[in-house]
Design a protein around this ligand. Structure first.
Ligand code: G3I
Length: 348
């Protein structure tokens, strides 16, 4: 039987925070607006982070569930908190195959809309959203996860692609550029730094450039496991994007320490992460941050959450897990991962 963690947590000194240790790089967290009602979460956010990403509340479904009716209240709370704490806001996302209302690209029978109607829905959404957040959001993940995971397919088969065609990605960037020439425009995806998927993502960057649309950065999500992929593989990926002369952002960092086997125990570490796993997780974070900070092109490192209490990994790949992927535990105590992350940032 493994022993529960007894590692003493170093209390961070008042003046040593992630945001100061990160220097000119942004260090971000993804949050839902309800986190702002929790004084402990709000205090960590204000102290340690220089940018906030809306984990869900700027996605098409949450902003325009019904055609023509926009609901900005929850997203506005994040923007307002960020303004009060001198933080940048990252918009996530204008076009994705999940959390998007069906009416945007499909008719009531689930058939693709005519191209013209789908383009009009995309354009209207992007223009309204960028008009609302003009001057308040630093940059947008214009399109999220368009590249296919399959080696014989370039772009993922999605409602937007079925209705519009492969150029839906270019169109989304054109609409965003027209709607707010001052906002940064990003392409965001997972595993595009991995060998199996990188080629297709590099092709998309080239095609966006050839189409003459502005692409300010590529967002690399970085949802990693304890030992995979290797640091060498991630480095190969970052180098390949770097060689294209594009800015990079680590947009959704976390490290899942639980077994991915769907039949695995929902809560294998009931007494907390055993020391050995805790240290393995901290070492993994340290190695990742040490790698990222070697790339001047990486302008932002964003964690996909703050405390283990609230992470998408409590529901993936199975709902109801008790996971431990972040820097603060369920009681908002900093974990060894926090120390490792901070030390790796400070070492620059
Ligand atoms: O808000 C409803 C709530 O009213 C309802 O009672 C509850 C019941 O399940 O669901 C709530 O919505 C959930 C939503 O998160 C807000 O908590 C959805 O079910 C749930 O599917 C949704 O999950 C989000 C997921 O994207 C959707 O695919 C995660 O929080 C969010 O972390 C995750 O983020 C994605 C990025 O956008 C893109 N990259 C991958 C990343 C992880 O999947």
């Amino acid at each position: 039987m493994m022993t529960p963690s007894t590692t003493p947590h170093r209390k961070p000194l008042e003046h040593v925070t992630l945001r100061t240790a990160a220097g000119s790089r942004l260090v971000g967290a993804a949050i839902m607006s309800q986190a702002l009602d929790d004084p402990q979460a709000a205090s960590i956010l204000a102290t340690h982070f220089s940018s906030l990403t809306a984990e869900n509340e700027m996605k098409p479904l949450l902003l325009q569930r019904e055609k023509g009716t926009f609901t900005f209240e929850e997203a506005d709370r994040i923007v307002d908190f960020a303004r009060r704490h001198g933080q940048q806001v990252i918009g996530h996302t204008l076009c994705w195959h999940q959390q998007t209302p069906a009416w945007m690209f499909e008719d009531v029978q689930g058939q693709p809309l005519p191209r013209r109607d789908a383009l009009e829905n995309l354009r209207t959404h992007i223009h309204a959203v960028l008009r609302h957040f003009r001057g308040k959001v630093k940059g947008w993940d214009v399109v999220n996860e368009a590249v296919s995971d399959k080696s014989d397919e370039y772009l993922r088969d999605t409602p937007a692609r079925r209705a519009i065609g492969d150029d839906y990605v270019i169109k989304a960037f054109e609409y965003a550029q027209d709607a707010d020439p001052g906002v940064e425009l990003y392409y965001n995806d997972y595993s595009i730094d991995y060998d199996y998927k990188r080629g297709r993502a590099l092709r998309l960057v080239e095609e966006l450039r050839s189409a003459g649309v502005r692409l300010d950065a590529v967002g690399i999500q970085a949802h990693h496991l304890l030992t995979s992929p290797s640091i060498e593989e991630i480095e190969r990926g970052l180098r390949a994007f770097d060689a294209m002369g594009i800015k990079l952002m680590i947009t959704e960092l976390d490290v899942d320490p639980l077994p991915r086997d769907p039949a695995a125990d929902l809560d294998p570490y009931r007494d907390g992460l055993p020391d050995a796993v805790q240290q393995q997780l901290a070492s993994r974070y340290a190695a990742l941050i040490r790698l990222f900070v070697r790339f001047p092109s990486i302008e932002r490192i964003t964690l996909w959450g703050v405390s283990d209490r609230k992470t998408w990994l409590n529901n993936f790949p199975i709902r109801g897990r008790t996971n431990h992927p972040l820097l603060w535990d369920r009681r908002y105590q900093p974990k060894p991962t926090f120390d490792a992350f901070l030390a790796a940032l400070e070492a620059v």
